[in-house]
Design a binder for this molecule. Structure first.
Ligand code: FEO
Length: 409
């Protein structure tokens, strides 16, 4: 297993996970990677490790550069298991003279691994580590993605090792942004942002502002998942600026769960109303679309309209699951509506509306409900709901959805 030299004497020594299909609830249809980086200087530092089953991948790649015992320092930018579950084995093999991590990282490391004899040194923003010709500057980045998260920046190489930030869950043989299809890369980066970092958007805005104020000169961003940004790191920085402001486009989603297709007919009528106003609209049947793919589309959609049949005095289970997931990721600035067909009790659309109100999302009117099977006439309020929301979106003169906020343009 070969390492990849990403800068002179700095090597990618991580692992590619072709088989993972679920990452704590996020559908990773395209696998992932756990990136680790080895910097050789007068002193040698290994930045991050890999998920435990990939320990030997990491060690094989390191052996292709040097004997792991020659590593002086470990830098642990993030303690989540995908990056640290092989840490006890790595510490045992390397016997580092120091392990650098954030203050929260030191606490988490002690609590998680129950090991108090590791040579841990807590560092914070402004602290530096000399490796010889190059210096590592630490930057605490709380909640990108855990409280312990930090970035490591090497100014001599203009290299930012960004832990979970700017990553993608995408298994590839390629290592760099310019070696893959850019739209697919941005799509994977957007999916990652929407499902991992969306709720931390206000913190991301502050982080981007502080990075701008610090005037950090970057020509490569090396995240701990996915492709390394060497051709155009500005593309992902700009996209994070857009996504963390939750900027929307003239795009709507009609997200529904149907039992015997009546709610589905209503969804199509809402869709027609939205399309009448010139919006780009996607119809998303929760029986067919995974919640994490819905979230990817939520990222740049201004309007979200939810419909569910009523089951056992409640909403359909996959709608409840989606709303629970959505609530945790804290989208803001959306215009919403609800609808649903029912036989006798008909609570579903009202319960959805209550969930959206709890999320502080704007609801345009009371739920549209149809008793039993809709027909051309009874579908009229659904078309009108779509038209009303469509007009509200159109009035905002938002940019058109190019179906690819992911392009980062
Ligand atoms: Fe890739 Fe938060 O771990």
């Amino acid at each position: 297993m070969k390492p990849v030299e990403i800068k002179k004497d700095i090597f990618w020594v991580g692992a590619v996970d072709w088989n993972i299909r679920d990452f704590h609830g996020y559908s990773t249809y395209k696998g992932s990677s756990y990136n680790a980086y080895l910097a050789k200087d007068e002193k040698v530092a290994l930045f991050d490790t890999v998920k435990k089953p990939f320990y030997m991948d990491l060690m094989h790649r390191i052996y292709n550069v040097m004997d792991p015992k020659e590593i002086d320092y470990l830098v642990v930018n993030h303690l989540e298991m995908d990056h640290s579950s092989s840490l006890p084995q790595v510490v045992e093999a390397v016997k580092p003279s120091k392990i650098y991590t954030s203050k929260m990282g030191a606490k988490s490391m002690a609590a998680h691994y129950k090991i108090d004899n590791w040579p841990v040194e807590a560092v914070g923003t402004g602290d530096t580590l000399s490796l010889g010709a190059r210096n590592v500057h630490f930057l605490e980045t709380r909640m990108v993605h855990w409280p312990d998260s930090m970035f490591s920046y090497i100014p001599e190489d203009k290299l930012l090792i960004s832990s979970d930030g700017f990553g993608q869950h995408w298994a590839t043989s390629e290592r760099f942004d310019d070696e893959v299809d850019n739209k697919e890369l941005m799509r994977q980066a957007a999916k990652y942002y929407a499902n991992i970092l969306l709720l931390y958007s206000p913190l991301l805005q502050k982080l981007l502002q502080s990075m701008a104020e610090m005037d950090i000169d970057i020509d490569m961003i090396a995240p701990d998942h996915g492709l390394i940004w060497r051709n155009n790191p500005g593309q992902i920085l700009k996209a994070y600026d857009t996504w963390s402001q939750q900027k929307s486009t003239a795009k709507a989603l009609v997200i529904y769960s149907t039992m015997w297709h009546s709610t589905e007919m209503m969804a199509k009528a809402v869709y027609d109303g939205l399309a009448d106003q010139g919006l780009s609209v996607q119809l998303m049947n929760l029986d067919r679309v995974h919640r994490s793919d819905v979230l990817t589309e939520v990222l740049d959609s201004k309007a979200l309209v939810f419909g569910s049949a009523t089951l056992n005095n409640g909403m359909m289970p996959n709608m409840a699951e989606l709303l629970h997931y959505l609530k945790g990721l804290k989208p803001f600035g959306k215009i919403c509506g609800t609808f649903g067909s029912y036989g006798w009790s008909g609570e579903a659309s009202k319960l959805i509306a209550a969930e959206l109100e709890a999320m502080k999302l704007e609801l345009v009117e009371d739920p549209v409900r149809i008793n039993w099977v809709p027909n051309h006439d009874t579908l009229k309020p659904c078309r009108e709901l779509g038209q009303k929301i469509g007009r509200m979106v159109a009035e905002q003169n938002l940019p058109a959805s190019c179906r690819s906020i992911y392009c980062g343009e």
